[in-house]
Design a protein around this ligand. Sequence first.
Ligand code: PMP
Length: 295
Amino acid sequence: YYNENSILFLDGQWVKASEAKVDLFSQTMHYGNGAFEGIRSYAGAAGPNVFKAKEHFERLKYSAEKMGIKISQSVDELVKVSYELLDRNGLSNAYIRPMVYLGANMKLLSCGEVHVMMAAWDWPPYLGDEALKVMISSVERPNPKSIPVDAKVTGNYTNSIMASNEAKRNGYDEALLLDSEGYVAEGSGQNFFFVKDDVIYTPPLGNILPGITRATIIEYAMELGYPVVEKLFKPEEMKGAEVAFFTGTATEVASIKSIDDMEFAADWKETVAYDLFLMYRQRVSNAELSEFTLV
Ligand code: PMP
């Protein structure tokens, strides 16, 4: 994630990643009370393009605020920092990780110093580019009344880690988590879609992280004229589906070969999902070049 030349942003300063320090009494370290984002930038004709930068930093602020943590920087300031970060590290195709964390504080209360850091590194698609063998996890997504599942709060990710550990242990590539009522929710760090009879289905907002890639893919599907249905469904309703896929910033668009013993027969390249994958790949690097000049 970093080498001796990597520079990161920390509370308004630019520091060497190898020299940056964190307090061992940080509340985020002990209790998981912090927020983060996962953003990608892509090389474009006029320089790097931080894809959906504003949406990501808006979500970062939302996630922190949901935990009672206030960030002093505006969304526009954070967007600027992300471009400067790329520039200082000589990166254009990169993964950007902003994180909001708290200083020393052992109370079970959001109080104390608020820190903002941002780092970037070169990162290939998170789940690789081979079709995935997916397991329906015995680990459920948390009830949204107990934990803010619609926010990228650091502590939420113990749930994701439990699910993907279980999937790996059982010889799968990734987990698909159900909500507490048994409806399909999402992957450990991805949203989920399947296609049946040319209709694209995805779980509605409520028990999932509102993925920025998910929203983008829904928009592209509608642009291509494919019907998209956001509804709750049980795993058995996917029987007979042509194809299924995950979406996420780190993952991009990843095809799924099977879910438990359910195999998807269609040739990936012949599916709607592949059209969306290609459209995503093409648009990320040049769709929003104006975004930077706006701030
Ligand atoms: N669900 C979870 C639990 C995630 O961590 C992520 C990654 N941020 C996603 C879905 C996909 O969200 P996005 O497309 O905004 O990266």
